[in-house]
Design a protein around this ligand. Structure first.
Ligand code: ADP
Ligand code: MG
Length: 235
């Protein structure tokens, strides 16, 4: 199998893993969105990722960038709401960075292009209580871990997932200033942002699939469940 076919196989495996996760978390995402939005985020994301699966069927021999671009187009056409153009448009646009294939360098370029496009379009900054609160720390951590700390991409990815998880937790205490949740003003405080949460789920699935394909250490935190199985012992 050629290198680009192997990479396409990984992209398709990531898509399948994300689609399965979104299906499993559909109600969870909808519940989060019903607290501070219009209760459609789970359904929107589920519809979009099912469409993406259909769209890429039989694309095993295409270049990875082409498959990623098609995933973006499917999300734009089916997710709707605020999240559709943000997720889909950013994936579609950032797919150009993968035209030479997927390497540590092009994966950083993809992540940065995705973030740039998303902020261009949505105009949200860290602290606005949106998916940007999960994404910014994740992208910066990924880039720094590879470029400055010279960590293997898999380790960098696991640190990025940890950073995104902290970002999601951070959204709880924020007052929303973008999107539907901003209509609630201070009443949005105390609720976790649905889009930040779906961003974290996607990153977790990318990490999970990458772990089967890349060498490197995974930070223990990045794969531990949010809620510990057992009560901590008394100190
Ligand atoms: P809608 O709000 O139109 O119903 P969804 O429910 O699918 O769309 O998505 C809501 C999520 O979209 C929010 O939780 C938030 O993370 C994200 N979002 C909304 N507006 C913006 C924005 N301007 N920039 C970034 N993310 C945004
Ligand atoms: Mg909604």
């Amino acid at each position: 199998m050629s290198e680009s076919n192997e990479q396409t196989e990984v992209v398709l495996a990531v898509l399948q893993a994300i689609a399965d996760r979104i299906e499993a978390e559909k109600k969870h995402l909808t519940d989060l969105d019903s607290a501070i939005g219009d209760a459609d985020h789970g359904a929107n994301m589920h519809r979009g990722f099912q469409e993406a699966l259909e769209q890429v069927e039989g694309m095993d021999d295409e270049e990875p960038a082409t498959v990623v671009k098609n995933i973006g187009t499917a999300l734009i056409s089916e997710v709707g709401g605020a999240a559709g153009p943000l997720y889909g448009g950013s994936i579609m646009s950032a797919s150009q960075e993968l035209e030479e294939g997927i390497t540590p360098e092009t994966s950083i370029a993809f992540a940065e292009a995705y973030l740039d496009k998303l902020q261009d379009r949505g105009d949200a900054r860290v602290g606005d209580k949106t998916m940007v609160d999960a994404l910014v720390p994740a992208v910066h951590t990924y880039k720094k871990s590879i470029e400055s700390d010279e960590l293997p991409p898999l380790t960098a990815l696991s640190k990025a997932v940890d950073a995104a998880e902290r970002g999601v937790d951070f959204t709880v205490g924020l007052r929303a200033s973008k999107g539907r949740a901003s209509y609630l003003g201070w009443r949005s405080v105390g609720h976790q942002d649905p889009g930040a949460t779906s961003t974290l789920f996607m990153l977790e699935e990318i990490l999970d699939v990458a772990a089967d394909h890349l060498e490197g250490e995974i930070d223990r935190d990045a794969r531990s469940p949010t809620i510990p199985d057992e009560e901590p012992e008394d100190a």
